[in-house]
Design a protein around this ligand. Structure first.
Ligand SMILES: Cc1cc2nc3c(=O)[nH]c(=O)nc-3n(C[C@H](O)[C@H](O)[C@H](O)COP(=O)(O)OP(=O)(O)OC[C@H]3O[C@@H](n4cnc5c(N)ncnc54)[C@H](O)[C@@H]3O)c2cc1C
Length: 390
């Protein structure tokens, strides 16, 4: 029996943030578009994003908020579809939102407002969304032919919006990267990013019972620094400062953490009537959370309290040097760094230079945003760039 054949102007693989947005944009321009989604519903990752409230953009979005082997690539798309453009759409749908911190915009109610909006945009643009489609192969013979178990889809244009590898349990696949390779495109090595870090066993023994304790720090690696909160976990470190720096950290490299930014802690000990552990406790409790201050002094208090020793104590506090054992992996990562090599794509349209009609958008591309709504802004901007070019 031959499978039913469906013809479209464009096929989009993946009904996530980038795929739905691109399909709607192309549909509005009169293209007949199909979105093929492997899962049983659209936008699963949007629904779990931002703690269920979707941090859908960041009003301070700049090219510096993105990591890529080609640092200029994202500029064009980001300039042509800005946070203001997406906010205008959100406001058109009367979706209530608020700025949480640092320019991060979240839905007041739920991330479902964003998936609902994308679904409406697709419906209005007559986009066909097909769920539970298990793609078996993609071929190119004059046009793109996508085969599932029960049907065949044909179109002159194929947009790959299959996302990254993070959170495999909600359906992440490597098919986007596999397709890129199949059509001769290079891949920048992928790795988990915006991910908690695992401490080596010795440090885990020292700090694992502090799980849940957080402190304001500056975390640095590879010439990048983030001043935000750090959180102890059962196996290591998390919190915004650690998630941000994890995107720059490579296995085997050191991480430096200033545990008391802009504070001089030992001056109070130097001025105290008696230089001793009690004076140190008082000084440290003014700067670090109680349990962490006590643990730090258990491990780092000097034997004597000379100026030299206090210099050491101060220095250690501002430069806690650790070599994390690993990251918590794709199971806990918010995004995948690396991906389809941007030197292979047009920065204006996201079309492959090698295979005409083949586009890559969103997280599958080697563009990774910082924490704070930047990854969705990249999804919208890259999708708009492709959608307008179809
Ligand atoms: C827990 C969590 C919270 C997050 N919170 C935020 C946040 O608040 N703000 C922010 O900016 N970013 C956030 N992110 C990152 C953000 O969700 C992603 O960067 C964004 O969703 C990427 O969009 P995308 O369309 O490229 O991929 P996705 O949204 O992941 O969509 C890809 C789609 O393709 C489908 N798919 C995969 N393989 C196939 C296949 N073989 N065939 C057909 N379909 C396929 C998937 O099922 C999925 O629906 C978060 C991520 C996680 C994991």
């Amino acid at each position: 029996m031959t499978a039913a054949t469906h013809k479209f102007d464009a096929i989009v693989l993946g009904a996530g943030a980038a795929g739905l947005f691109c399909a709607a944009e192309a549909g509005k321009r009169g293209r007949r578009v199909a979105v093929l989604e492997r899962a049983d519903r659209i936008g699963k990752k949007i629904l779990i994003s931002g703690g269920g409230r979707c941090n859908f953009t960041n009003i301070h979005c700049k090219p510096e908020n993105f990591i890529s082997a080609n640092e200029h690539f994202a500029k064009s798309a980001l300039a042509r579809y800005t946070p203001s453009d997406f906010i205008a759409l959100v406001e058109k749908y009367r979706i209530p939102y608020h700025e949480k911190t640092l320019g991060q915009l979240f839905c007041d109610r739920s991330a479902q407002d964003i998936t609902g909006m994308l679904e409406s945009e697709c419906r209005e643009a007559r986009v066909q969304i097909l769920l539970n489609v298990n793609i078996q192969e993609v071929q190119h013979s004059g046009e793109f032919v996508v085969r599932s178990e029960s049907a065949e889809f044909r179109a002159p244009v194929l947009v790959v919006a299959t996302g990254g590898l993070s959170i495999p349990k909600i359906g992440a696949t490597s098919q986007g990267y596999d397709l890129a390779r199949q059509f001769g495109l290079k891949i920048v090595k992928t790795r988990p990013a915006l991910v908690p870090l695992v401490l080596p066993k010795k440090e885990q023994n020292h700090y694992s019972d502090l799980a849940g304790v957080s402190a304001a720090v500056v975390a640095s690696a590879d010439h990048h620094s983030f001043r935000e909160q750090m959180l102890f976990t059962h196996r290591g470190l998390s919190g915004p400062a650690i998630l941000q720096i994890s995107s720059y950290w490579e296995k085997g490299k050191v991480l430096r953490i200033d545990l008391a930014p802009d504070r001089e802690v030992t001056s109070a000990i130097r001025k105290a009537k008696a230089r001793n552990l009690t004076a140190a406790h008082t000084a440290f409790l003014g700067v670090l959370p109680k349990r962490f201050a006590e643990r730090w002094l258990d491990l780092h208090a000097p034997k004597s309290w000379t100026n030299h020793d206090l210099d050491h104590l101060e220095r250690d506090l501002h430069e806690w040097v650790i070599v994390p054992a690993d990251t918590e992996g794709y199971e806990k990562a918010e995004v995948t760094a690396g991906g389809v090599d941007t030197y292979e794509l047009s920065s204006k349209t996201m079309e492959s230079r090698r295979a005409r009609g083949l586009f890559f958008i969103g997280e599958v591309v080697d563009v990774t945003g910082h924490l704070g709504g930047f990854n969705f802004q990249w999804a919208w901007a890259s999708a708009a760039a492709a959608g307008r070019a179809l």
